[in-house]
Design a protein around this ligand. Structure first.
Ligand code: ATP
Length: 360
């Protein structure tokens, strides 16, 4: 068992509070991903869990036991960094087996364990090479091998794939998932990459300015963000947010955008929001381009068209508002065209003046 509990953890660097009372739990064998804007404290939190940084307040627990003061090498936690820092004068086998060598494990045992790890990471053919003769992806696999040979109960990853090119990232992502399924360690993984977070995580912790903004399964975060921050942080391209006012006195409540168009908000009790400012959130894939005026919620002018082959992003301007529409396939629209937009109204998100989801 290796459940990590973060309980009201705070971290100060001098007078500067970087982590402001963070709590979450990663269950045994879970793959948790930490995301958040640059400087929000992800690496600091990871380093505190590893024992490389002291905890100012609160508890870090491993299986219910407080480990704040346990030295890093006695925590059973391994960490893999973005810069893999392999020993250049050692072979792949020596790099992977180094920690066992330090512990004076018999050579034959080291050879066997290095062999098993190498097989798992598809490094068996490369064991005699030095790091300078490896690709970036292979080096990162050696760094992972060096971490897992210690059979850690928890592995912390700090942006391990960010130095790799796009295709290697895809390959390494799949390998990390395979590794996780094979060994089932508890993993906490820091990344800036939306796709890594969404595809690998059992749970995502979104940090913002040293606080947990939301902590949930990736699809739950995507479907039910609790604030405008999470709504726009999770999902790429990001959710459209439109400023406006709610009217709820009539039979059918509605939202009127600052640019003057109105959409009905059927089936919602918005009495408490009557005549209040609000944000209407709608993801780009929940807006359609339609032909008939009768179907349309509004019309606007196309300003930018981004063609990705499998899909097209169309930026449509309505007054001072720009809406991003995500369309399957390649479509025949050009900058300057006037288009009609229809919303999938069941996919609306509403946020109040405090940027929190409504109803809560
Ligand atoms: P990034 O995504 O850019 O890597 P991050 O979310 O991992 O950022 P941290 O590296 O944890 O952010 O840093 C959080 C804040 O703490 C930053 O403002 C950083 O400048 C500050 N910080 C980190 N380490 C120290 C330190 N040793 N002394 C003082 N301030 C620090």
């Amino acid at each position: 068992m290796a459940t990590i509990s973060i309980e009201n953890v705070r971290k100060n660097f001098g007078a500067f509070e970087v982590i402001k009372g963070v709590s979450f739990e990663v269950a045994d064998g879970q793959f948790a991903v930490l995301v958040g804007p640059s400087g929000c404290g992800k690496s600091t939190l990871l380093r505190m869990i590893a024992g490389l940084e002291s905890v100012t307040k609160g508890n870090i627990k491993l299986d219910g036991k407080r480990i704040n003061d346990v030295p890093p090498d006695q925590r059973g936690i391994a960490m893999v960094f973005q810069s893999y820092a392999l020993y250049p004068h050692m072979t792949v086998a020596e790099n992977i087996g180094f920690s066992l060598d330090l512990k004076k494990v018999p050579k034959a045992t080291i050879r066997k364990e290095v062999g098993q790890v190498a097989e798992l990471l598809q490094l068996s053919e490369l064991l005699d090479r030095r790091p300078s003769a490896l690709s970036g992806g292979q080096r990162q696999r050696v760094a992972i091998g060096r971490a897992i040979i210690k059979q850690p109960r928890v592995i912390l990853f700090d942006e391990p794939l960010s130095n790799l090119d796009a295709s290697l990232r895809v390959q390494m992502r799949a390998e990390l998932q395979r590794l996780h399924q094979a060994l089932r360690p508890t993993i906490i993984y820091v990344t800036h990459d939306q796709v890594e977070a969404m595809t690998m995580a059992d749970t995502i912790v979104v940090l913002n300015q040293g606080n947990v903004a939301q902590w949930a399964h990736p699809i739950e975060l995507y479907r039910r963000p609790r604030s405008t921050f999470v709504a726009t942080f999770i999902g790429s391209p990001r959710m459209n947010l439109i400023k406006g006012i709610i009217a709820s006195k009539e039979l059918m409540p509605s939202f009127t955008a600052a640019e003057g168009w109105t959409v009905p908000l059927a089936g919602r009790d918005l009495a408490a929001m009557h005549l209040q400012s609000a944000w209407l959130g709608i993801r780009p894939e929940d807006i359609r381009l339609v032909d008939a005026n009768s179907e349309a919620d509004l019309s606007g002018k196309v300003v930018i068209v981004e063609r990705l082959g499998a899909e097209t992003y169309v930026n449509v301007v309505k007054g001072r508002e720009t809406l991003l529409v995500r369309v399957q396939g390649d479509i025949a629209v050009r900058p300057g065209d006037t288009v009609q937009l229809a919303f999938d109204r069941a996919a609306f998100h509403l946020f109040d003046q405090a940027d929190q989801v409504f109803p809560a």
